[in-house]
Design a protein around this ligand. Structure first.
Ligand code: NDP
Ligand code: 8X3
Length: 253
């Protein structure tokens, strides 16, 4: 029987690449995101290219009622979720703390921390019922490092780091693996969202280096999932070769 994976934030970037790679590798998929048209087109692409079954769930992870009712509405055969990729997330704005935009803070905290928790709370009981599962949380190097203007985004990813560690302990005896993947610079829509649609600034983030691509992270996710039953990758940090830390990047300009 095919394994079933739920990927949050599958409309672009890492989530979309992961959805396509898992489909190619024989998974059925539940995909989530807010942009309904993009979600539908990723679903169609996976179905047509990889002849797999895909269920699309269109909701905002910040809306706890929507998360709970989407999961409750799943037909019986779609409730047997083997893999959860907690990927939906974002950075919004880059300001010194004294100039911080409170709505930006709310968006990051509500999405990256609370959204991840709402999804996890809804899916974990389904895994516990079956005594198995694998959860991968997409953290960041910002989960252990802090840089100028990164304050609240870094705090949100530090929280993901703590939640990942806590989940691993709490779910150990339930037969559920919990892994964290923490990327450095990946060229996706991430910087465009961070700079609120200023694509010139977004492009500059990756100027003079070869960044990671979403497919690099998808391949890493597949590697983590494909370890044998007795092996768990707890924490995996991945950066472009040109990056040594959140703030030290070797740009060729
Ligand atoms: P993208 O902006 O390309 O993708 C983000 C995804 O998250 C989209 O599918 C978006 O879907 C979804 N999302 C955002 N907010 C919500 C929400 N409120 N409800 C539901 N879905 C939401 O960026 P990435 O692929 O780069 O980001 C994926 C993850 O990787 C994030 O958690 C990010 O923090 C992390 N990361 C990224 C790095 C990078 O350099 N790119 C480095 C380290 C970590 P939609 O808009 O349709 O809702
Ligand atoms: C994204 C990577 O370095 O911009 O999580 O925080 S960084």
């Amino acid at each position: 029987m095919k394994k079933l994976a739920l990927v949050t934030g599958a409309t672009s970037g890492i989530g979309k690449a992961t959805a396509m790679l898992l489909a190619e590798n024989g998974y059925s998929l539940i995909l989530t995101g807010r942009r309904a048209e993009l979600l539908e087109s990723v679903k169609k692409e996976a179905e047509i290219k990889h002849k797999t079954e895909v269920l699309a769930l269109n909701f905002d992870v910040r809306d706890k009622e929507a998360v709970a009712s989407a999961v409750e509405s799943l037909p019986e055969r779609w409730r047997k979720i083997d893999v959860l990729i907690n990927n939906a997330g974002l950075a919004v704005g880059l300001n010194h703390i004294q100039d911080g935009v409170i709505d930006d803070w709310d968006r990051m905290i509500d999405t990256n921390i609370k959204g991840l928790l709402y999804i996890t709370r809804a899916i974990v009981p389904l895994m516990i019922e079956r005594g198995s599962g694998h959860i991968i949380n997409i953290g960041s190097i910002a989960g252990t490092e802090v840089y100028e203007n990164g304050n609240v985004y870094c705090a949100s990813k530090h929280a993901v780091e703590a939640i990942t560690k806590g989940m691993r302990i709490d779910l150990l005896k339930e037969g559920i693996k919990v892994s964290g993947i923490r990327p450095g610079m990946v060229e996706t829509e991430f910087s465009s969202v961070r700079y609120k649609g200023d694509d010139e600034l977004a492009k500059k983030t990756y100027q003079g280096i070869s960044p990671l691509f979403a497919e690099d992270i998808a391949q890493t996710i597949l590697f983590v999932l494909n370890r044998p039953a007795h092996v768990n990758i707890n924490d995996l940090v991945i950066m472009p070769t040109a990056q040594a830390s959140a703030t030290y990047v070797n740009r060729v300009v």
